[in-house]
Design a protein around this ligand. Structure first.
Ligand SMILES: [Zn+2]
Length: 278
C-alpha cells in the first residue's frame, strides 16, 4: 500500500507535534487531498515560484514547507496574487502543501538544535523551555575561539547568501558560550540565557533591537551579535527533517530543494570611510 497525504500528516505529527506550535502559527495541511498517494516529497523553507517549479519538475506529490504560505487572513486566491499563484500551480500540478513551522523549531532535533550542532555547540539546552524541547539553544564550544573565527565557521556551515554574515562585536573577542535561534530571534535578545552568552547567532536583527543590545552589552554583560540569513539558518534543518521523514515513510523519495529562497541577490561591501566611526 503506498503512503497517502494522511500518512505523511501522521508522520509529521509524530515528528513535530502541532501542540508544540506557537498560538499564532498555522502548521499542517494547507492544500491537497488527504487520500492522495505520496511517492515523492520536496522539502523547502519557503513556497516561492522557484521552489514550486522545482517541485513540479521533480515530480513531487507533496511539498513540506517550513514557513506557512497562509498565516494571516486571506480573502482571495486569484492568481495575480503571490499566494493565489503558488496555490494554483501546486493544486494544478497535483502537489499537496504541508507546513511544519514553530512545531518543528522546538523539538530536540529542530531548527535551532541543528544550527547549534553545525556550529559545534555541546551540551545545548533550549533558551526558552525545558530539557530538550523549546525555543533556541544555548551551549558551549569545545574550545574558545575569537568572534571572527566563530563567524567564519558559521559562514562555512551555512549556504552562501548575498548578505553574508554580519557581526557586532570585536573580531578578537573570545567566545565560548553561544546562544542560537534559527530564523528571526530578536524577541530573545534580552533573555537571561542570551545575555549570559558570549555570542548570539540569529537572523533578521533590525536596527533598534540590535542597537539596544549592543548598548546594553557596553553597560555590562551581553553577547556579541552574529546576524545571518533567515533562510540559510533554517535551510540547514531540512536535511535533518528529510532523514527523519525517510525513517517514517520508507520507500518515499524525500529530497531537500537546494533552491535559495533568501530574498537578496547581491550586496556591495563598502570601503570604510573616515567620516563616520564609532
Ligand atoms: Zn523562519
Amino acid at each position: 500500500m503506498p503512503f497517502t497525504v494522511a500518512d505523511v500528516l501522521a508522520a509529521v505529527e509524530r515528528l513535530w507535534p502541532v501542540a508544540g506550535a506557537e498560538g499564532w502559527d498555522a502548521p499542517g495541511l494547507v492544500s491537497g487531498d488527504a487520500a492522495a498517494e505520496v511517492h515523492r516529497i520536496r522539502l523547502v523553507v519557503d513556497v516561492t515560484a522557484d521552489t514550486v517549479a522545482d517541485a513540479l519538475d521533480a515530480g513531487a506529490d507533496l511539498v513540506l514547507a517550513h514557513h506557512p504560505l497562509l498565516l494571516r487572513g486571506v480573502t482571495t486566491v486569484r492568481e495575480s496574487t503571490y499566494k493565489g499563484a503558488m496555490l494554483a500551480r501546486l493544486i494544478r500540478g497535483g502537489v499537496a502543501l504541508l507546513t511544519a513551522h514553530t512545531n518543528a523549531d522546538v523539538v530536540a532535533t529542530g531548527t535551532s538544535a541543528v544550527l547549534a550542532r553545525l556550529i559545534g555547540l555541546e551540551a545545548t539546552v533550549p533558551i526558552v523551555g525545558s530539557d530538550s524541547v523549546g525555543l533556541g539553544r544555548v551551549g558551549a564550544l569545545a574550545q574558545p575561539v575569537p568572534l571572527g573565527g566563530l563567524a567564519a565557521r558559521i559562514g562555512e556551515v551555512l549556504p552562501a547568501t548575498a548578505g553574508g554574515i554580519r557581526v557586532a562585536g570585536e573580531y578578537g573577542r573570545e567566545v565560548r558560550t553561544v546562544a542560537v535561534c534559527a530564523g528571526a530571534g530578536d524577541s530573545l535578545l534580552e533573555h537571561p540565557a542570551v545575555l549570559g552568552a558570549d555570542a548570539y547567532v540569529t537572523a533578521d536583527l533590525r536596527h533598534h533591537p540590535a542597537s539596544a543590545a549592543v548598548e546594553l552589552a557596553r553597560l555590562g554583560a551581553g553577547p556579541a551579535l552574529v546576524d545571518v540569513s533567515h533562510w540559510a539558518s533554517e535551510w540547514v534543518w531540512l536535511a535533518q527533517a528529510a532523514v527523519e521523514l525517510r525513517a517514517e515513510l520508507p520507500g518515499v523519495d524525500v529530497a531537500v530543494s537546494d533552491v535559495r529562497t533568501d530574498p537578496w541577490d547581491f550586496s556591495i561591501v563598502q570601503a570604510s570611510g573616515e567620516d563616520h566611526h564609532r
